[in-house]
Design a protein around this ligand. Structure first.
Ligand SMILES: Cc1cc2nc3c(=O)[nH]c(=O)nc-3n(C[C@H](O)[C@H](O)[C@H](O)COP(=O)(O)OP(=O)(O)OC[C@H]3O[C@@H](n4cnc5c(N)ncnc54)[C@H](O)[C@@H]3O)c2cc1C
Length: 557
């Protein structure tokens, strides 16, 4: 049922830019609680990085857009105010039984994440999946850690390099101009390294000096032919690099974006005569009122698995039969914890300790690892604060002395490893389970195999070898990956490709089956690489949206 004009409740403005940001404070998201029978030009589902980018590009090209988002507009300033532990019912610990798969959650940030009871998903208990979701307006862009990398042709053309899987239908050269523009918008800090597996970009120069302990690791790594580079990270504005402060304000400034929070899209409808998608049916999260909107074009940006869930529930765009398959992410968890002896007993100085670095993929570039393909990166961190007591076997006074002695001497590594794209790792609709709005839930079936486990082992052994060569004391090694999904980099399930028989989208993120349907989030990925994916999601969303605008101008869509 459509809302008609007479059903209008209110049309009010709420600040979408909660943090203290001069530019975005001038802008507001228009909240429409009413709908008419109008057909919108482009309907964008989702308001995170990918939806925000689509909105910015399309509205700046003169196209009117309506954005629907499942969750509320957050007042980031108010809602991120950290309460003291004594003011919380569980004293900072997690409420028992809540968010069991969100290892990142605690009582301080419990309001961030999607409640698994409200929006359940299912899995084989032997093969758990940690699906970490945010439904606030702005999605995960409000909380991401901002590591910002490009994929290289070792990922885009992985099959050509080692014979496994499939190449993407695009190469780095196709995406490089878009990466550069995205890096400019997000103010990515880094420096040129001149490595083909770690492509350089458009960076705010990071010319900060290395601390002494990092210099020692760099020297140890050089001996083994392993590069150590500056990490790359989006600075955004005032510490926030989100869609609500960097993308959506530009769209709103055009006067062509309307946005409705708190509405959950349940399915898309088709015009049987044209074979085009023409409608979205959605439910008000709070009142449970059912609504619908007609659209000329639909851009899905609900986050990889929610976009796929929506398409599977709508039973469209899957003539290939590969929708839901090739779910990928990245291996996280394995790494080591060390102490730098020279920094102990009060001798930790700024010159010796602190900072971070990145070892980009170095395996399977020019040589072949013996028991895994593809590769991993290592994040390196040097700490100046307290050590984790779990690294020491002592109790009581002994532990107190150890912690005091080791204070400020920490060094750690952590893997970011490529998970291979496999047909068997997939999602489907669970016919037995629905969410709070009676929308069928997703079933996730995925597991890591020897390639990921062997890669993780190599990452830990390599970390130990580097740390020992640098003269650090290794306190702990962890070889066990966290469950799939933990990296919060779920990708694939509507992969792109040139062949409509083996892929869901073409190289423009456009459905092979339905030309006015685009999926601009991580669902389009063919392979994951080791790189955090958001720069690639943003660059693809920008490229796809420009293509869509041009197709609309030419009357093809
Ligand atoms: C703690 C954390 C750290 C991270 N660190 C990094 C990092 O360092 N580097 C990196 O590259 N990436 C990182 N990521 C991942 C990054 O945040 C995501 O890749 C990126 O934000 C995904 O953007 P998106 O627009 O595709 O999806 P999302 O941000 O998930 O946005 C999807 C939006 O769609 C809406 N939606 C979903 N379903 C529906 C529906 N049915 N109807 C209406 N609306 C719907 C949701 O409300 C949501 O707002 C991190 C993520 C987290 C949470």
């Amino acid at each position: 049922m459509s809302y008609r004009a007479k059903d209008a409740i209110v049309s009010k403005s709420i600040s979408a830019s909660q943090p203290p940001l001069a530019r975005s404070q001038q802008v507001s998201v228009e909240i429409w609680a009413s709908m008419s029978d109008e057909t919108v030009d482009v309907l964008i589902i989702g308001s995170g990085h990918s939806g925000g980018m689509a909105a910015k590009v399309l509205t700046e090209k003169g196209i009117s857009c309506l954005m629907l988002n499942a969750g509320p507009v957050a007042d980031v300033k108010k809602d991120t105010e950290v309460k003291p532990a004594y003011a919380l019912p569980f004293r900072g610990f997690k409420q028992p039984g809540t968010l069991p798969h969100v290892f990142q959650s605690d009582e301080f940030n419990a309001n961030t994440w999607v409640d698994e009871k409200e929006v359940p998903y299912t899995y084989d208990p032997q093969k758990p999946y940690n699906w970490v979701r945010v439904r606030l307006f702005g999605g995960r862009s409000l909380f991401w850690s901002r590591q910002s990398f490009r994929l290289s042709d070792y990922e885009f053309k992985g099959k050509s390099h080692d014979g496994y899987g499939d190449d993407w239908p695009i190469a780095l050269a196709d995406l490089a101009p878009y990466y550069s523009r995205v890096e400019g918008i997000f103010r990515v800090r880094g420096r040129a390294e001149g490595l083909p597996q770690y492509p350089d970009g458009n960076y705010v120069l990071d010319d900060s000096p290395w601390s002494g302990c990092m210099q020692r690791i760099i020297a140890a790594a050089r001996q083994k032919g392993i590069p150590v580079c500056k990490a790359r990270s989006a600075q955004g504005e005032d510490g926030l690099a989100s869609s609500v402060n960097l993308l959506i304000p530009d769209a709103i400034a055009t006067g062509r974006l309307r946005a409705i929070p708190n509405v959950v899209v349940r399915e898309l409808g088709m015009d049987k005569n044209t074979g085009l998608v023409n409608e979205a049916r959605f439910v008000d999260r709070l009142s449970r009122r059912e609504m619908s909107v007609k659209a000329r074009v639909v851009v899905l940006a609900a986050g990889t698995l929610e976009s796929t869930r929506l398409l599977l529930n709508s039973k469209i765009a899957n003539s290939s039969g590969v929708m839901g398959h090739y779910l990928i992410d990245q291996v996280y968890g394995p790494g080591i914890a060390c102490s730098v002896p020279e920094a102990r007993d009060g001798k930790s100085t700024e010159a010796l300790m602190g900072g971070s670095a990145l070892i980009p993929r170095f395996r399977n570039i020019d040589t072949k690892a013996k028991d895994f393909i593809r590769g991993y990166a290592l994040n390196l961190f040097s700490g100046t604060g307290g050590m984790d007591p779990k690294h020491f076997p002592e109790y009581g006074e002994g532990l107190e002395k150890k912690l005091a002695s080791y204070h400020g001497s920490g060094f750690s590594t952590g893997i970011m490893g490529e998970v291979l794209a496999r047909y068997e790792n997939h999602v489907s609709i669970d016919k037995e389970v629905v969410d709070a709005w009676e929308i069928p839930a997703l079933r996730i079936e995925t597991k890591y195999t020897d390639n990921e486990f062997n890669m993780a082992r190599d990452a830990v052994d390599t970390s130990v070898a580097l740390a020992e060569a640098a003269g650090f004391e290794v306190l702990a090694k962890n070889y066990d990956p966290n469950p799939p999904g933990y990296s919060i980099h779920e990708l694939g399930t509507c992969r792109m490709g040139d062949d409509p028989k083996t892929s869901v989208l073409n190289k423009w993120n456009q459905s092979h089956d339905i030309k006015n349907l685009f999926v601009v989030d991580g669902a389009a990925f063919v392979s994951a690489g080791w790189q955090n994916p958001t720069m690639t999601i943003l660059a693809l969303a920008m490229r796809s949206s420009e293509y869509l605008a041009e197709q609309m101008r030419m009357g093809n869509v």
